[in-house]
Design a protein around this ligand. Structure first.
Ligand code: ATP
Ligand code: MN
Length: 520
């Protein structure tokens, strides 16, 4: 790299402005420090799309304004090259961010050779290998910003309600819900497990502080590739003394509505970049339906409709539709390929069509995945036996019928954790609740009113084959002033996945950890 005169840089850096602040500098001459995120040229013109992390903006270099030398200099600029741009800020609603910089001069920091990620389509595995660079792309930028804002909104929501944030240990000596998904580590010669839920500790701190929430990393060895399981994810776990199941559901609803509304009001630009359908945000004011597990099963099996929609019939229609779309896309590809092969097409048009073909091929891949999935979903729904846990595909089938989140409560005790409070009217059921996100996303929240009775808990711990000695301290909570209480766990990345409408959870965290991936 070229030698840089430090004093000069710090001087310009001091006077430089962030793209997010351009609106405060309308009609002023400024310096923007940025990377090139796109570059086009016209006759005697260069259009440089700049990004500096805080936003994107268009800048224009006109040969008549800057002269030969600077214009020549600009020719070397490639994708992701870094530079300083000097010019005047003008309002222009047609441009990204609403402002344009009319360039007077540039100061190149680094010219980049062969930036691996172009503005064309890339395969997902390639992008995952280049995750450290992929994060710079517009979509990823939007997702990460939403992630940050949601974190802020979560803290704001709970703090304003008087909840105390408490942290729970990451090394734990015992498994809270079975050992199959635990990561074992060596803790001074003893086995210790990475936490897969802070809940039991959350119950203890709630008995000390009334209303608490945790926000910490969670580890689960999920040895299969699904779209919604990470090995390392973040969970928010509120726990409230003197709350019952209904109050718990009220809180879940208020909380989720608050987050969704906050993003809708403050992060519209990011949602636009993601081309997020906004129906969800428009519907979030509606009451979230609360249905029992038994009713959820009826809906799944097509024995009960939702707003006039039948689960099984909807799936069957979708399959027909997907098949038709695949044929349509293939036809489009054939036509474009034939047009290119016929010759006489300009280079720009060829590139445009080639890129369109790549986009279509990716779309077909997604459609073909649906074509494979739908028959499996149908099979699973039709054969579902009452008393089983809802699988990911079952949740998808149910929630595609809803336009708001839906809460499923009153679960068979055998498929839920030992600490859930029994239903007094029917002891085969427990007071658990899952909140399923609409549009097919499925479970985002799992919660329950907790068992308060010491002896019943002991019985349940035995029935679940859990080591009693590991729960001595937990049982103390039922001996020394037991009170009704409830809480829930919300999967942070699941929430982001839903809000941003990405089809795979790996895009919701900067450096995802999931089965088969530990780098970068
Ligand atoms: P699932 O059935 O989808 O695996 P779960 O029943 O294991 O979920 P809980 O133990 O209730 O989930 O955990 C609470 C929340 O944590 C879930 O509602 C979900 O949002 C999130 N969650 C659970 N497992 C994962 C994972 N592997 N990756 C990301 N989020 C997860
Ligand atoms: Mn799970």
């Amino acid at each position: 790299m070229e030698d840089v005169k430090t004093t000069e840089i710090s001087k310009t850096a001091k006077n430089a402005v962030w793209i997010a602040d351009l609106s405060k500098h309308e009609n002023e001459s400024v310096c923007v420090q940025a990377w090139i995120s796109n570059k086009r040229s016209g006759k005697g013109l260069f259009f440089l799309e700049l990004r500096d992390g805080t936003g994107f903006c268009q800048s224009v270099m006109d040969l008549n304004n800057v002269g030969e030398e600077i214009f020549e200099n600009c020719k070397q600029l490639t994708l992701s090259s870094s530079l300083r741009v000097f010019g005047k800020v003008v309002k222009d609603d047609r441009q990204i961010g609403g402002y344009e910089v009319q360039i007077d001069n540039i100061d190149i920091i680094q010219i980049v050779d062969n930036y691996p990620i172009s503005n064309k389509e890339h395969g997902i595995e390639f992008l995952m290998e280049k995750r450290h660079l992929w994060l710079r792309s517009k979509r990823q930028w939007a997702i990460m910003r939403i992630r940050s804002r949601v974190k802020y909104a979560i803290h704001t929501f709970f703090q304003e309600k008087g909840f105390v944030q408490t942290d729970t240990p990451i090394f734990t000596g015992s498994a809270c819900e079975g050992t199959t998904t635990l990561f074992e580590t060596d803790y001074y010669g003893e086995p210790a497990y990475l936490s897969q839920s802070g809940q039991l500790y959350g119950e203890a701190t709630a008995m000390a502080l009334g209303k608490i929430y945790t926000f910490g990393p969670t580890f689960r060895a999920e040895k299969s590739k699904t779209r919604r399981h990470l090995s390392e994810f973040w969970m928010i776990e509120p726990e409230m003394a003197f709350y019952d199941l209904d109050m718990n559901m009220d809180l879940i609803e208020e909380f989720v509505r608050y987050i969704v509304t906050d993003i809708y009001e403050h992060y519209r630009f990011e949602l636009e970049i993601l081309e997020r359908d906004l129906t969800l945000f428009e519907n979030i004011g509606k009451e979230f339906p609360r249905i029992t597990y038994d009713d959820a099963i009826k809906i799944l099996k097509g024995d009960k409709d939702v707003e006039g929609k039948n689960a099984i019939k909807t799936l069957e229609n979708d399959l027909v539709e997907v098949k038709a779309q695949i044929i349509e896309c293939n036809k489009d590809i054939d036509e474009r390929e034939a047009a290119i092969a016929a010759g006489g097409m300009k280079k720009g048009a060829i590139n445009f069509n080639k890129n369109k073909i790549d986009v279509l091929k990716n779309k077909i891949k997604q459609l073909e995945e649906k074509e494979r999935n739908i028959p499996q979903w149908l099979e699973s729904a039709k054969n579902f036996k009452h008393g089983e846990d809802l699988g990911g595909s079952d949740e998808t089938v149910i929630t595609r019928l809803f336009s708001t989140p839906v809460m499923v409560y009153n679960w068979p005790k055998d498929i839920k954790a030992f600490y859930m409070k029994r239903n007094e009217e029917n002891p085969d059921y427990v007071k658990g609740v899952d909140m399923l996100a609409p549009e097919g996303f499925g479970e985002i929240v799992g919660g329950a009113e907790r068992e308060t009775d010491h002896d019943l808990l002991v019985e349940r711990i035995k029935a679940h084959d859990l080591p009693m000695e590991a729960f001595e301290w937990y049982l103390d909570l039922r001996k020394f002033g037991t009170v009704p209480h409830a809480g829930f766990g919300l999967g942070f990345e699941r929430l982001i996945m839903w809000l941003t409408n990405v089809s795979h959870i790996r895009e919701t965290i900067p450096f995802p950890r999931y089965y088969g991936r530990l780098f970068p």
